[in-house]
Design a protein around this ligand. Structure first.
Ligand code: AR6
Length: 174
C-alpha cells in the first residue's frame, strides 16, 4: 500500500529517498524550489546536472520528462528533476503536468526510491492554478500507484503556503 499525504514544509528538509525538483529544461538551477534545492544540495548537484545534460539531454530536458541524480548534501538520496509546463508560454495541457508526476514516479521505481516528496510543480513561476495542480497531481499519483502496487511506500506533497497546502488537502479528501 502507498500512503499519500500533504504537508506544509520546505522540501529541502525532507528525509525521504527522493525529492522531486520543479526544474527548467536547462537543469542548471533557477528560482523557487529549484533554487532552494540547488542551494541546499551544493555544487555536487549542479555538476551532476551538467553531466546529465552532456550525456543524455543535450538540448535540455523536455517538458513532462524526469531524470534522477544524486542529492549532494540534502538529507534525501536522490533528486528527480522534472520540467513542468509553463502556462506563460501557452503550455496549458494538463497531460504535460500529469506526465511530470507519473514520469517522476517511473524514475523513482527505476532507481529504487520508496519514499518520494513532490512540490507543487508549475504552481509558482510557471503560473498554474494551485487547485488544478493539486487535482492533477493527486489523480495522476493515485492512478500510477494503482498500476504499480508495492513499488513506492510514501508519496508526500510538500507545499509552501497554507493556500497550496489546502488545495492538496482538498484534492486528497475527494
Ligand atoms: N519547498 C517546497 N515548495 C517550494 C519551495 C521549497 N523550498 N520553494 C518554493 N516552493 P516554482 P514552477 C513552491 O516557481 O512553477 C524556477 O525558477 C512555490 O511556492 O518553484 O514549476 C525553475 O528553475 C510553488 O508553490 O516552480 C523554473 O524556471 C511551487 O513550489 C521555474 O521556476 C512551485 O513553484 C519552474 O516554475
Amino acid at each position: 500500500m502507498t500512503v499519500l499525504e500533504a504537508v506544509e514544509a520546505d522540501i529541502t528538509t525532507q528525509d525521504v529517498d527522493a525529492i522531486v525538483n520543479a526544474a527548467n529544461s536547462q537543469l542548471l538551477g533557477g528560482g523557487g524550489v529549484d533554487g532552494a534545492i540547488h542551494a541546499a544540495a551544493g555544487a555536487a548537484l549542479l555538476e551532476e546536472c551538467r553531466q546529465v545534460r552532456a550525456s543524455r539531454w543535450h538540448d535540455g530536458l523536455p517538458v513532462g520528462e524526469a531524470v534522477a541524480t544524486g542529492a549532494g548534501e540534502l538529507p534525501a538520496r536522490w533528486v528527480i528533476h522534472t520540467v513542468g509546463p509553463n502556462r506563460h508560454r501557452g503550455q496549458t495541457d494538463p497531460a504535460l503536468l500529469a506526465s511530470c508526476f507519473s514520469g517522476s514516479l517511473d524514475e523513482a521505481a527505476r532507481i529504487g526510491a520508496r519514499s518520494v516528496a513532490f512540490p507543487a510543480i508549475s504552481a509558482g513561476v510557471y503560473g498554474w492554478d494551485a487547485d488544478e495542480v493539486a487535482q492533477t497531481a493527486v489523480s495522476t499519483v493515485r492512478s500510477w500507484v494503482a498500476s504499480h502496487p508495492d513499488e513506492v511506500d510514501l508519496v508526500r506533497f510538500v507545499l509552501f503556503g497554507s493556500a497550496v497546502h489546502q488545495a492538496f488537502d482538498t484534492a486528497l479528501a475527494t
